[in-house]
Design a protein. Structure first.
Length: 155
């Protein structure tokens, strides 16, 4: 079943961009999202196809006779549906483009943060490597001194 049109509580699992869009969405924007989500579904296509088949068959075979061929009332219903669907689709499309832009901005911010963190890690690794290099030189110097002293004792 479809969920009712309401503002879902922000979940910690939602992407920050989606959370911001949900929190800032007006009732009309949420309705537009839900309606266009339904209009773009197979469920809608099947329901509308069944209604049209019943409408045409009922009027052709005279089961009811409120919209005879050429089905002017059916055409009017389709025109009305299109007149309402087009602006809703545009609203939902605008929100989708805003969501895409916000997602890209968020991704860019995250990439900048990751770059700074990577630079810090690289600097830390470089410091560790330099420290290890100094320790290696100290160990080699100590080994040389030990070997020199051993040679002096033996010689």
């Amino acid at each position: 079943m479809r969920e009712p049109i309401s503002t879902p509580l922000p979940s910690p699992y939602l992407h920050p961009v989606n959370r911001k869009l949900l929190e800032g969405a007006s009732r009309g924007e949420r309705i537009a999202d839900k309606v266009t989500g339904f209009l773009g579904s197979w469920r809608f296509i099947v329901i509308q196809s069944v209604i049209v088949l019943i409408w045409v068959a009922g009027n052709v075979f005279l089961l009811f006779h409120f919209d005879p061929y050429p089905f002017i009332l059916l055409n009017l219903a389709f025109s009305t549906q299109a007149a309402y669907a087009a602006p809703l689709i545009l609203l939902a499309g605008n929100r989708a483009s805003i969501r895409d832009r916000m997602t890209l901005e968020h991704a860019a911010e995250e990439a900048d943060l990751e770059e700074v963190q990577n630079e810090q890690l690289l600097r830390g690794n470089l410091e560790i490597l330099e420290h290890v290099d100094r320790l290696e030189h100290q160990i080699i110097d100590l080994e040389k001194r030990i070997l020199d002293r051993l040679e002096q004792r033996e010689g």
